[in-house]
Design a protein around this ligand. Structure first.
Ligand SMILES: NC(=O)c1ccc[n+]([C@@H]2O[C@H](COP(=O)([O-])OP(=O)(O)OC[C@H]3O[C@@H](n4cnc5c(N)ncnc54)[C@H](OP(=O)(O)O)[C@@H]3O)[C@@H](O)[C@H]2O)c1
Length: 337
């Protein structure tokens, strides 16, 4: 069994969680190496044991069996292919490989069964942080009721922009309360007491890259290449957890009872089906949860083939680190690594 593991981007918010999850979930390994940029003298700690974080330029990928890449686009372009060519299985958390035909895009709770072993490319891509919970929430509904169209608006936390995004929200909010001016550095506009309806670059289509990722990746994961998916992605002043308002249109009429029966079979999903305050999850309460949370589930009597609901998931876990670790766990349980 392959047991030499590495995390590239280990000092980031996602990398730190990957480290914790590998340890807490007892993912067996002989060695666990941590890498980031050239800054020296840092480490992560688990139960008193210190793991140094070294510059990725010093990594010897021929001596690593599985590498979790979460250091951003540039390092993935520079090192992921090098690692894969050296025989290391790369699980990549960036946008670099997701749409490549020879790279599977995997959400283990949805399409692990599309893998038959380690892919020839030696690379598996982790989808976008909003796409993962979205695909997990809609797959079984699609299979049961035949999805015709999906419309989703996201409310994305600042942690989606990494450690620096969280720090910017905190500093900016404090500056605003202290009546001091603040010039944003991470986001293109002030985010405290505000929201920004544009994430990532603009495309010729009028959509943003983030919106296009959700459409294209959902189609690839669900193997529905022409599924109409309409997305609006918005950054909101929430520290952690992405929320999504989802509206699905099915071929035929559905009933709330049957929808709930299906949702109850989705693994690692908490349903909020009570009244009033019990009818919805919030980012604050969901932060740190290994489950997706869904509430406000409703079928409109006027449109009985449409379903609406509210979804909240921890983007650093469900949307990134946990999914990557579950890919590794799934590969291991199949005996491939
Ligand atoms: N945050 C999310 O919700 C989320 C979800 C899905 C996917 N992702 C993706 O995951 C990646 C990391 O995100 P994050 O939120 O963890 O960001 P982050 O907190 O800013 O961490 C970035 C990490 O990448 C490392 N890094 C940056 N430039 C590097 C370089 N040139 N060489 C080596 N290492 C480098 C940083 O190391 P230093 O500390 O040494 O600078 C740090 O460990 C990004 O590609 C992001 O798009 C993030």
């Amino acid at each position: 069994m392959l047991k030499r593991i590495a995390i590239i981007g280990a000092s980031g918010v996602v990398g730190e969680r990957m480290f914790q999850l590998l340890k807490e979930r007892n993912f067996q390994h002989d060695s666990l190496e941590l890498f980031a940029s050239e800054k020296e003298g840092r480490f992560l700690e688990y139960e008193g044991e210190k793991f140094p974080i070294r510059p990725v330029s010093t990594a010897d990928f021929s001596n690593i069996d599985v590498a979790l890449f979460t250091a951003g686009t540039e390092p993935s372009v520079q090192y992921s292919q090098v690692a894969a060519d050296a025989g290391c299985l790369v699980i990549d958390n960036t946008n670099v490989f997701r749409m490549r035909d020879d790279v599977p895009l995997i959400v283990p709770r949805v399409n692990l069964n599309s893998l038959t072993g380690i892919p020839k490319s030696n690379i598996i891509a982790n989808p976008n942080c909003s796409t993962i919970p979205f695909a997990r929430a809609i797959q079984q509904l699609d299979q049961q009721f035949n999805l015709k169209e999906a419309v989703v608006s996201t409310y994305q936390a600042v942690s989606g922009a990494g450690k620096a995004g969280i720090v910017e929200l905190e500093n900016e909010a404090k500056a605003k309360l202290d009546d001091v001016d603040y010039i944003p550095e991470v986001f293109e506009e002030k985010i405290a007491f505000n929201l920004i309806p544009r994430i990532d670059e603009d495309l010729a289509s009028g959509a943003t890259m983030e919106e296009q990722k959700m459409r294209q990746e959902t189609r690839k994961i669900l193997d529905r290449p022409s599924l109409p998916v309409f997305t609006t992605c918005v950054r909101v002043p929430v520290a952690n957890c992405h929320s999504e308002a989802i509206c699905l249109t099915f071929e035929n009429e559905i009933s709330l009872t049957k929808v709930i029966e299906v949702l109850e079979t989705v693994p690692e999903l908490t349903l909020h089906l009570g009244k009033g305050r019990e009818s919805y999850p919030t980012p604050l309460e969901v932060s740190g949860s290994h489950n997706m949370h869904i509430g406000r589930v409703r079928v409109d009597k006027e449109y009985p083939n449409k379903l609406q609901f509210w979804l909240v998931a921890d983007n650093l876990l469900i949307g990134a680190a946990l999914n990557a670790v579950q890919i590794a766990e799934g590969m291991r349980s199949e005996g491939w690594i």
